[in-house]
Write a protein that binds this ligand. Structure first.
Ligand code: ATP
Length: 453
């Protein structure tokens, strides 16, 4: 089961501290959200799972954390200054603005139904900001609209400082910014979001095979995070809808509460980007349409040792949205169950590695010194195992704690009661089955670790 509506998720997220409207006390800003105490843990866990699978578990990738402010020259050569646009229409009647390709009824304003709309015109989605103390328009930067351009501009730095040879990849996670015309559907389409991007460099000619490999690998990863395979769709992007750099793109769509849309895109960007940022383009046979006259002083190419020739690698890019991942996984994990004929419960059946809180330790009686001290010790020992956040709940209300931890997806709750002082064991309650069993304190670490295997 998933959530039935987006409202159910929005309400849970606010109630339990996953997500809040940004700048809320001053009326909020559209398209911006803040991650609360549970949200930040969940989002970090998701990013960490991606980093593990992209960097730690592979022998052919490196990581990067580059600056968010990008030089306009980089985004000129990447093609973003000229082509990173959406078609904008204005409604002359109610003065609202819309993306022409997202009008539900052709040529009708979704707000007031007027047909008095302007012709679509290109609207660049990049945010600009001034650099330095004088804002006279002469020195500015863009907030990056995708994380990957700095991967391309650092290509040579990374080659020179590691012993990598093609095929290899560079992974990066971080913020990206797009001035979306109509942000909507909670955190699905926002103006400030995070991406997890891998640029995987390959020899031209092997690119189609690597592309297939990454499409399948990425679907498998989302399934491992807890998304049912039948809720993921592989969508071939039509030739006339491909981004300016792409030879072929396959979107991995997910059935969100508001409908099926893109969760991740896997593109074959060819040698477009490295080629565009390379100075002496005449030295290479660059097969894609690239910007001419690059002012970059660097040759972003590698040597083919057998053929003794330089070439510009092709790049396969799996690019996933962190926030869309958060939304998809919350939706997949959402359950409503009847506990008995009078009681219902909501729970998030998250995979334990993603749960914001890994375990809650609850002394049966609030402020009872012996129980609280022992609980603190148990909490601290579990915390030291380094699997994520463990909390102490000193409120004395077991039922309320169980409800809260079901709703935030805590895999286990441990109750320390008066019997514990005698038999040195605690009651462990499993989130999904609600089954309770006594586990000796001595065996707790092993018991707890099993949840993460
Ligand atoms: P869309 O067609 O939905 O606007 P896109 O094709 O422009 O997305 P890409 O440029 O391929 O998106 O970006 C890679 C990933 O970044 C997307 O798959 C998505 O998960 C995420 N992403 C892109 N734009 C946004 C946004 N405005 N809000 C949240 N996530 C986004």
């Amino acid at each position: 089961m998933t959530a039935q509506t987006m409202e159910e998720l929005v309400s849970l997220c606010k109630r339990r501290g996953f997500l809040f409207q940004s700048n809320d006390i001053y009326g909020g800003i559209k398209g911006l959200y803040d991650y609360g105490p549970m949200g930040v843990e969940f989002k970090n866990n998701l990013k960490q799972a991606w980093w593990k699978s992209m960097v730690y578990e592979r022998d052919d990738t490196e990581g990067l954390d580059a600056s968010i402010l990008n030089s306009p020259v980089v985004l000129k050569h990447s093609g973003h200054e000229d082509t990173f646009t959406d078609p904008l229409v204005d409604c002359r009647a109610c003065k609202s603005r819309w993306r022409a390709d997202q009008l539900f009824e052709n040529n009708k304003c979704p707000n007031c139904k007027s047909e008095d709309l302007t012709e679509p015109r290109p609207f660049n989605l990049m945010f600009k900001t001034a650099i330095g103390p004088v804002d006279d328009g002469s020195s500015f930067a863009y907030l990056r609209p995708e994380t990957c351009q700095q991967i391309f501009t650092n290509f040579k730095n990374i080659l020179d400082s590691t012993s990598r040879t093609v095929p290899f990849g560079i992974a990066q996670m971080g913020k990206a910014f797009r001035n979306e015309i109509t942000p909507r559907n909670f955190i699905f389409r926002v103006r400030e979001f995070e991406q997890m991007e891998l640029e995987f460099f390959v020899k031209p000619g092997t690119d189609d095979e690597w592309h297939e490999y990454w499409i399948n690998k990425r679907i498998e990863w989302w399934v491992n995070q807890g998304i049912k395979k039948e809720n993921l769709k592989k969508i071939e992007v039509e030739k006339n809808e491909l981004a300016h750099y792409s030879k072929r793109t396959v979107d991995i769509n997910y059935v969100f509460p508001h409908g099926e849309e893109e969760l991740e895109g896997v593109a074959n960007r060819t040698d477009f980007d490295l080629g565009s940022h390379t100075k002496n383009q005449n030295d290479f046979k660059i097969t894609s349409e690239v910007m001419k006259n690059s002012s970059s002083t660097t040759k972003l190419a590698v040597q083919d040792l057998e053929e003794k020739k330089w070439y510009i690698p092709y790049v396969i890019e799996p690019s996933a949205g962190v926030d869309r991942g958060v939304l998809a996984l919350l939706n997949e994990a959402y359950r409503e169950e009847n506990v008995d004929k009078d009681n219902k419960r909501i729970l998030l059946s998250l995979k334990p590695h993603l749960s914001p809180i890994k375990a809650a330790v609850i002394p049966l009686k609030k402020n009872n010194e012996e129980l609280v001290n022992l609980s603190k010790e148990i909490k601290s020992n579990l915390q030291k195992l380094g699997l994520g956040r463990v909390v102490l709940e000193n409120s004395g209300n077991i039922g309320k704690n169980y409800r809260r931890h079901d709703e935030i997806g805590t895999p286990i709750c441990l109750t320390v009661d008066f019997e514990t002082l005698e038999d040195e064991s605690v009651t462990v309650r499993d989130r999904d089955t609600m089954k309770q069993e006594r586990v000796s304190i001595e065996n707790l670490s092993e018991y707890y670790k099993k949840y993460f295997n």
